[in-house]
Design a protein around this ligand. Sequence first.
Ligand SMILES: [Zn+2]
Ligand SMILES: [Zn+2]
Length: 272
Amino acid sequence: MGKAGSSKKVQRAARAAASSRGTGERRERGFPLLVLLIVVLGIGLVIAARASRDELVAPFLEDHWHLGYEIYDCGELRPALLNEAGGDGIHTHGDSLIHVHPFNSSATGTDADLGVFMEAAGLTLNNDRIEAIEAGFASIDNSTGCGDEDSVIQVARYAPGNNTDPSTIYPDDFSQIRLLANLEVLVIAKIPVGGDMPTPSQTVQAALVTHGAGLNLSSDAPLEFDPTTGAPITGEIIDPDGDTTDDTGTDDTSTDDTETESGEGSGEGSGE
Ligand SMILES: [Zn+2]
Ligand SMILES: [Zn+2]
């Protein structure tokens, strides 16, 4: 009896040991698998967030915005930059405007900044100087001041339709300034320290009114202009889907571009 009992005990103990060993092995295999799963899921989420990040914020690839920009040297308005190099699709056509119709994702969303424009236009802009590679642009050097006053180089943002009060004044890091909306204006200026930033000129306002109608606007573009009065029309948003059927993204073939940018010349065959 005692023998049989103890042998059963041994068997039970062996079974228990085997089963607990089994659980232990499953646990040992399961834990690294769980960690791996979490790591894979985490990486996947990061990649997904990166991929979709630019798609959450305008401008998108199908957009075509116009922002005004001007350069002032101690109160004197400089002529518009003429360098029409296409870059990544944020560039000028010599018309006092920054055309924003991104060619690729390095010029969309949060990457659509003044730095992309500066690169295309050959513009150097920092706290020391404003320089352009094109012939005829005399460098603006901050160290010479304005008259007998010390000077500072700044950029002011004017929201669409507001040509009197800048919404933001940027003291540095100009290349990081984001292009936020169709029809806003960025004024780049060397001014006396403590002075007011210049307001957008009639020239740039007129250029925006001319270019402001009939273009592809993202749903978060804040407003449109009345082409006759130049007054902002709030709440009117052009549906990008209704407007982009023939727009391949390069915009040269797009009818609304040729209509609204007739002044840009028919000769521009590549990279408008
Ligand atoms: Zn344009
Ligand atoms: Zn263009």
